[in-house]
Structures are given as C-alpha cells and as structure tokens.
Design a protein. Structure first.
Lengths: 734, 133
C-alpha cells in the first residue's frame, strides 16, 4: 500500500495552530521582557528618588547648619560690641575690639561679602568688604559709607526683638552682584536699648554650594522661594528671577500651577510625570535654626526663607543608572525569543507531525483490519531468527485452530496437503533466499477434516543490513471460489458435450428420417408416374397427397438442419450476380401450384431500373419462397398476394410480400421471428409448420446484411418487408 | 451409352428395391449387396460400370469400403457414387475425399435420378476429367 501524498500533507488547521502558538510564544516573550522592564523601571525610579531625596536631606541639613553658624557668628560679634558698651556705656558702638573681631572673622570664614554696622537711622558707620587678593579684608573709607535706610533688612532688624538674629531674603548684593543672605542683629546697650545694627552679608553660593555645583544641563537641582520664583532655575538664565526685572514671569507657580501644587502639598516626596522624575523637599531653614537648642537668641525672618528644593531628572538619566541591566534584559528577552520561538515552532511541528503520523497509522490499521475481516484474509508474521510465528485471528479461523494456541512452522506444514507442500515450501524458501515477494496456492486440511484452498502471498522483511529478519504473509481462503471454478469448468465441459451431442443428434436424426422418406417419396413418385403400371385418378390423387405430405416432412427436416447450421455458424454464403427479376419469377413458378390450388391472386410489381444484384441466389430464393408459402398458408381462398420489389436508397432494395390473410395480433409480432413460435396453438393446428421458417428467414437476411420487418393488422393481412443490399457485403458470422 | 452393370450397396431393403427398380426401368443391369463384405465378394467376382454406395452400413461403412476399392488396382477404376441420407455440410466432402465421384442425397428424386446416374456413367467413359486427387 502506497502512502497517499495528500494524507501526509498538513492541513490548514495544522498551520493555523502552528502560527498561533508560535505567535503567542513571541508575544509572551515580549510581554515578559516588558514586565521585567517595568519592574526595573519602578525599582530604578524609587532608588533614584531615594538617592536624590537623601541628597536633598543632606543639602537641607548643610544649609541649616550654615545658617546656624551665621547666627553663632552674629552672636559672637554682638557680644564683643555689647561687652565694650558695658565698660563704656556712652562710647561709640564701634571699638577696636569689634573691628579686630570683624576683620578676623571675615578672614577666618572667607564666607562674607561684607560685614557692616548701621546706626539707628540706617547709615553705615562701619563696613568691611571682602576682596579676593593679598589683603582680602578691607575697611571702607568714610566717604564710601552709604545710607541703607531704605533696605528691607534695616527695618526688619530694627523692628525685631532685641536678641534676635534676622535673616533677610536671599538676593543679590548691590555692590558685588553676588547672591547673599543678610543676617542682622541689634547691638544693645547696658540700658537695654539698641545702639546700632550689625549686618553680615553671607555669600549665597556658599550657602547653596551643593545645589550650585550641579553642572547638569539642563540643571537637575533647583531652588524656588515660597512665591514660586526661581532662585536656581532649570538653567542659569532663570537664576535669581526675583531681582532681575527682565526675568519676570519665570515663576513656576504661574507657569505650571499643577506641578507647583504637587510639590508644595507635601514636605517631601517624588513622582514621575511626563518623562521626568521629580523629587522635592520643602525646607524652612530659619525655622529649624530657631529651634536649635544651643542658640541663645531667637531668630527672625522665617517667613522669607521658606524654600522648595526641586530635583528634575529626565527619564534617560534615570535609565542611565541601570543602563546595563536594562540592556541586559532586552538582550535576554531577544535571546530567549530567538531561541524559544524556533524551538516552539519545531517542537510543535514535530508534535503535530507525529500526531498526523499516528492518525495515519491508526487509519491504516483500521483499514487493514476491516480489509482482512471482510476478505477473510489472515495475516502471519514469522520471525526467521527466533522461529516465532504470530497469527492474527483470521488465520486461526481459516486453519480451524482455536485462537491463541501457539503455532509454529510445523503447524502450518502439517496442515498443508502433502502433494502441495513441496511447492509451497519452495516458494517460501525462495522468498527468503532472494529477499523477495511471491505468491502461492495450496490446500490445507483442517482438524475437522475439511479441505480448504488457500491463496497465499508472502514477502521478506529486511533489517538495516539487508538480512532477512521476518517473513510476513497473507492467507486468503479461496475455497468457495475454487469450488465455483471447478463447478464452472465441469459445466463448461458438459455444455460442450451437449453441443456435440446436439450436432450429432441432428445429423443422425436427419439421416434416420431421410432414409424412410426416400422409400415413401420414391415409390409414391414411381406410382404417380405410372412406371409399374397405370393407377386410376382417385389412386393418383391419394398418391399425390402422400407425396405432398412427404415433401412437407422433408422440408421440416431440412429447416431444422438449416437452422442448426446457421446457429452453429456453418452456413456459407456464395454471392454471385444474377437477375433479380428472373429469380423471383422462378420462385413464383415453383409456388404456382400452391397459389392456384387456393385460387389466390398473385401480383408481382417490379420497379424499373432494378435488375442485377450480387447476393447468394439460393438463399434469396429461399427467403422469398418462405415468405410466399407463409402468405399462401395464411390466406383464405380467393385472397390476394402482392410481391413488390423496389429500390431503397442507392445501395439497397426492398422485397415486400403483402397478403390478405388472417394477420397477426400486435402482441405476437415480437415473437414472430423466434424459433418454434407459432401464433397460438389453434393456429399451429390449422396451419401446419414447425415455426422455423421465419426464424430461419430472418437469419439468412441478416447474414447478408439485410433486415426484415412485418406490419400487420389482425384480420386484415400482413406485409413482410425485407431490405437487402444490392451488393452483398461479406459479414463475419460469429 | 446403353445398359450398364451397376452394383447397389445398401442395407435398407426398401431403398435397395427403389433404386433397383428405377435403374431397371432405365434399362440397366442391377446387382445388390447389403453389406461391405458381400459387396467386396461380388465386385471381385464380376465387373461393374458403376457402384452406388450407401454410407451407413453395418460393420464396415461405405466410405471405408470405397477407400479399400480405390486402393486396389483391380477395382480402382470403377466409379463409385455415394448415395446417402447424410445431408449435413461436409458429408459430401468426406465422400469425395474417400474416392467417390459423386454424391446423391436421399430422398432421391426419382424423376431425375436415372439421368444423374447416366451422367456418372458418361464421366467414366471420359476418365481423368473429374474426380478426387
């Protein structure tokens, strides 16, 4: 059995499943990778935020501690000035001790732009400036002293409680144009009244050192005051917006109120928005300084020093922290995808292929099972190496052995009829020796004694080295077929014998019937002819009757013989060219006595342009004579018979015989040309005949390539029409 | 050609009688034999112008007898005409092969029979014109 090509081809469903599963695998790999990315992102964002928030805490702490340090500084200078006043209550607030304390503080700290004293009207009475160079601390000349009564810090400090340190808002120093924080304090005399105001200009960039050191572009560390104005903006151009009129409008509170609300609603925190990570911390350095336990004076100015520290980290920067891990995840995802997808593809493919193969195997097994069941075919399998033989159920059935009984080579050998064994074994040996396939037929005897005919086929099965390992074969029980064949053969021989017997019977019968007729006819003729002497008229008439009857009998014998010959294909035609007109005239003259006897009118119509034909003349005469004698036979006295001959087409002619006889019933017309058929028993009795005439006539006509038909109306008469070729075409009579 | 000596070999007495009568009426001298053995004796004892031979005879059949006569120097020149009720195709062929000069089927036509016989007698007078090889 060959494997069908279409069966082994995967179905569209196969490919659909294949593509779906592989697609799902790919999607799964991508999804897992994306989820891993998301986890990594969440982790990274949190990590980065915590780092940044820690940094903000540290920065805030540094700012607070620096401000605390300034409070300590002003406390120290104040205490120097106030001690001088205690010794000399009416002296000026400026003493040599104060000068030396201020200048040494400026030198020691290097953090002050200037330190100055104002009188209660806001005039500078002493000022030290910081200059980079050999002598960084320089006392301003008297004419350089300015009136600062219009400055907010002057009023703030003057109106503050006596012991307070006043922190001004962060802005640019008018002289150096550097950001500064002003720390002010009152110098109080022994009478408890302020004598002068002390102000330190502290460098803002020192205060905000860590924030300012941010060299990122755009800047990540930013600082806003409580009005949302940039102190340190996203880039340097927005810095100190509050003191530069041209930077007006660079106010986050106005530009992005939502963001502003978010970062001011809590003390600190972080969130991710629109591609950026925001970390923020709201600080109140002066407030926290005020609570600082070691300080011995209250601080003032907190309302100006509410700041918001804001860190803005772009997404890319966040990712930079984990760039390698991120690349790694993508790489792993891609690698898994590249490896897994083809693996799944081929895995699934082989699973499906195996499934299809299993289905085919199952289908084949079912087919084989059905085939063997239906065909009564047994299968055996002989392991040549171990000698083990396996039979299927059908084999046991065929051999008439109960199922499951162990079988071996001897089992089979003993079952085979001895006369058939050597040939069957020889074929089996040949199959093994030549590693081929062959078939055999043999008979077996079953345990119940019945004989069975087996048709067997067997083939050698080879291992990889080409050695015969097994022989597998089938046994088909063909007993019934064999019996039928034998039966048919016998019947055929019988039939041949019967045919021979029929022929020899016909020959003998003809001989045996003709022999007495020879005497009857011969002596009757002798008497009629008066050879032995005259007979009287009555005797002569009776002798004529004997002769007529004898002639009829002879005709019957001849018809039977002729029909037998035609049927046996033994009639030979001898076509020759002759005059149709003359042949018909001869037949008419032969039939004349019969016609005359019944006083029948016989008319012959012969179409012009038709005379010579090439046919078997004797057979044609026989046909016409048969039709004519039939017509006479079935036509009453004084009836009429017409013979018509005419051309029919270019190559044929018709010969019709019409009578006014009894006619034929429609239901009888079909039977008319069959052997031994006469219309009915009554007819047979009245109009003698074997019933062979028309059958013979038809056969003779057909042999010559013609046809015959009849038209009849019961009680009115019949017309027999024969169509024949003008020139006979030799036909092979089978 | 006038009277001829004719031997009729036929086991059927009626047919024997009919043919004898007809030939006698025609003026021939007629002899009879009912089987092959008798026929052989008569043939050897006398001379004949023609033998009319029935084919179905008891013991030896007519064709065997014909072959014997044709094989014998002394008798091979006597024309033999088969006279048989065997009318099947090929029966005549067999007779010609056996050595018969003619074949007349039974029942005979008494009106033409004498003429047929006469024709075979004439043939005998013109030997080697026709006959089996």
């Amino acid at each position: 059995m060959t494997k069908s090509h279409t069966e082994s081809k995967p179905s569209p469903t196969f490919w659909l499943i294949q593509v779906l599963v592989v697609g799902l695998t790919a999607v799964l790999v991508i999804a897992v990778t994306l989820v891993a990315q998301k986890f990594l992102w969440n982790y990274t964002v949190a990590d980065v935020s915590h780092d940044r928030l820690d940094a903000l805490d540290r920065d805030a702490f540094l700012i607070e501690s620096r401000l605390r340090g300034r409070a300590n500084d002003i406390f120290f200078l104040k205490s120097v000035a106030e001690e001088e006043l205690a010794h000399n209550p009416n002296g000026p607030p400026v003493s040599e001790n104060l000068r030396s304390a201020i200048s040494s503080m400026m030198l020691a700290r290097s953090q002050y732009d200037k330190i100055f004293l104002l009188d209660l009207q806001g005039h500078e009475i002493l000022r030290y400036n910081w200059k980079e160079g050999e002598r960084p601390v320089e006392e301003a000349l008297v004419n350089e002293l300015k009136d600062k009564s219009d400055r907010p810090y002057f009023h703030e400090t003057l109106s503050a409680p006596a012991g307070a340190a006043v922190f001004s808002s962060l802005d640019l120093s008018s002289e150096s144009h550097k950001p500064v924080v002003r720390v002010g304090g009152q110098i109080v005399g022994p009478d408890g009244k302020p004598k002068a105001l002390l102000v330190l200009n502290y460098f803002g960039d020192l205060l905000l050192r860590e924030l300012i050191q941010d060299k990122n572009q755009p800047r990540q560390n930013m600082l806003l005051n409580s009005d949302g104005v940039w102190l340190l903006g996203p880039d340097a151009t927005l810095d100190w917006s509050l003191v530069f009129p041209e930077k007006k409008g660079s106010n986050l509170k106005e530009e992005n109120p939502a963001l502003w609300n978010k970062i001011t609603s809590r003390k600190s925190g972080w969130f991710y928005e629109e591609g950026n990570l925001y970390c923020f911390k709201n600080i109140d350095p002066t407030g926290s300084v005020a609570d600082y336990p070691p300080l011995r004076m209250p601080l003032k100015g907190g309302e100006h020093l509410h700041w918001t520290m804001l860190v803005k980290v772009p997404e890319a920067v966040v990712w930079d922290n984990v760039r390698d891990i991120r690349t790694g995840i993508w790489a792993i995802g891609a690698l898994v995808g590249v490896v897994l997808v083809p693996l799944v593809w081929f895995g699934l493919f082989s699973i499906q292929r195996r499934k299809i193969a299993e289905d085919h195997l199952k289908t084949s097994a079912e087919r084989l099972s059905l085939a063997t069941q239906v065909s009564k075919m047994g299968i055996w399998d002989w392991n040549v190496r171990t000698g083990l033989i396996t039979w299927d159920e059908k084999m046991y059935e065929i051999y008439g052995i109960s199922k499951g009984q162990p079988v071996n080579y001897e089992t089979w050998k003993n079952a085979v009829v001895p006369q058939d064994l050597s040939e069957a074994e020889a074929i089996l040996q040949r199959v093994i020796a030549e590693k081929t396939q062959d078939s055999a037929e043999f008979r077996i005897t079953c345990p119940d004694g019945s004989l069975r005919h087996i048709q067997a086929a067997e083939g050698a099965i080879l291992d990889r080295t080409g050695q015969v390992v097994r022989v597998v074969g089938v046994n088909l029980d063909i007993t019934k077929r064999k019996e039928m064949e034998l039966d048919l053969h016998e019947k055929n021989i019988e039939l041949q014998h019967a045919a021979q017997a029929k022929n020899s019977f016909l020959a003998n019968m003809s001989h045996e019937l003709r022999t007495p007729l020879n005497g009857i006819i011969g002596f009757s003729e002798l008497l009629v002819d008066g050879l032995p002497g005259d007979v009287n008229a009555e005797q002569k008439e009776y002798l004529e009757d004997i002769l007529a009857s004898s002639q009829h009998l002879l005709q019957l014998i001849n018809d039977v013989l002729d029909l037998a010959k035609v049927e046996a294909g033994k009639v030979e035609l001898h076509p020759e060219t002759f005059s149709l007109r003359e042949a018909i005239a001869q037949v008419c003259s032969v039939a004349h006595p019969l016609v005359q006897k019944k006083k029948i009118e016989l008319i012959t119509t012969f179409a012009s342009g038709l005379d010579d034909v090439t046919l078997d003349e004797q057979k044609l005469k026989q046909v016409l004579y048969n039709l004519l004698s039939n017509a006479v036979k079935f036509t009453e006295e004084h009836g009429r018979i017409e013979i018509m001959i005419a051309l029919h087409g270019a190559n044929h002619f018709i010969l019709a015989v019409r009578d006014t006889g009894i006619g034929i019933k429609p239901e009888n017309i079909k039977r008319l040309f069959k052997e031994f058929e006469q219309l009915d028993e009554g007819t047979t009795r009245r109009y003698q005949g074997t019933g062979l005439g028309l059958a013979l006539t038809r056969k003779i006509v057909e042999m010559q390539g013609g046809s015959i038909k009849v038209e009849s109306e019961f009680g009115q008469g019949s017309t027999f029409t024969v169509t024949l070729p003008l020139i006979m075409v030799e036909e092979v009579v089978s | 050609m006038s009277a001829a000596r004719i031997l009729i070999v036929d086991d059927n007495p009626t047919n024997q009688k009919l043919v004898s009568k007809l030939l006698k009426f025609a003026g021939h001298e007629v002899f009879n034999a009912v089987d092959a053995e008798t026929a052989q004796k008569i043939i050897l004892s006398s001379s004949f112008d023609l033998i009319l031979m029935d084919i179905a005879l008891p013991d030896m059949d007519g064709l065997t007898l014909t072959r014997k006569l044709k094989a014998d120097e002394k008798t091979r020149n006597i024309p033999i005409v088969a006279l048989s009720a065997f009318a099947m195709k090929g029966d005549d062929q067999e007779a010609f092969l056996a050595g018969c000069s003619g074949y007349i089927t039974k029942p005979i036509n008494t009106r033409t029979f004498p003429q047929q016989v006469l024709e075979y007698l004439i043939q005998r007078d013109q030997p080697n014109i026709e006959g089996p090889p």
